[in-house]
Design a binder for this molecule. Sequence first.
Ligand code: NDP
Length: 272
Amino acid sequence: MKYAVLGNPIQHSLSPQIHQLFAQQQGNTLIYEKILVEGDLPSALQEFVQQGGVGANITVPFKIEAYHLMSDLTPRAIEAQSVNTVCWLPEQKWLGDNTDGFGLVWAIEQEQSVSLLGKRVLLLGAGGAARGVIGALLARQPASVVVVNRTVDKAKQLAEQFDIGWCGYESLSNQSFDIVINATSGSLQGSLPDVPSAILARASLVYDMVYGAHSTEFLTHAQHCGCGMIADGLGMLVAQAAAAYELWHGYLPSITDTLAKMRQFIASSDGS
Ligand code: NDP
């Protein structure tokens, strides 16, 4: 039985290390690979199953496409219309889940100890990751969630689906938010979403879903703007992976222990 993460790009993914740490905790052994999807996702998933694949994480840019390929879906995947975890069922069909929202809320509330209750939340991006987290954010009863996206129509669609606020980057300047969440893939391409400095300065937490050995460009920028608290996406990554691991193996590993080990791993493998 094999597990994998499928995406493009995929080289940066830490999911294999995280799932190996979970398996060690459970006293299990695991084959978990990175699969670069250069062709189409259905063919990649079919090939994966033929090679013994039974569970996979789906990452950028395939989460919305994956949603449309599933035979069965969990309620949170249906709500998100986006899938980050797939499970090949004994009935020879795919079940799709979305654990990103669980991961983000765990990271903000448990890792960063910041309550979402009553907060004004700004979500940057309207892709698969943004879709995956809105339901879980709303369940924590923030005062408001506003989504902003480069392609404004996508923000509008998402806002209509979840009954939240939306706007384009150019309309942000007179607004204030407590928590700013970067769910764009800009950091992967070395470009920043166009958020006014004052928004970042006034936020009590700026969270970037991207992670690495060093602060992301977006978080460094937020700090320069005066934001007091920044956090990268590693906590979310480990927490969403733990929920995926539980779906596949029926065992919820310790997120906190694994996160500490992953921070050490990243620091030691960076070499600088
Ligand atoms: P998608 O490709 O589905 O969406 C990308 C989003 O980023 C779109 O809204 C796009 O806007 C926006 N975007 C890209 N470049 C820029 C830019 N330069 N300026 C402004 N907006 C930009 O990707 P995902 O939603 O799946 O993933 C988004 C990011 O979140 C990735 O970096 C991914 O690695 C990270 N992620 C991290 C997780 C974690 O556990 N830490 C979990 C999930 C995702 P437009 O619509 O205009 O193209």
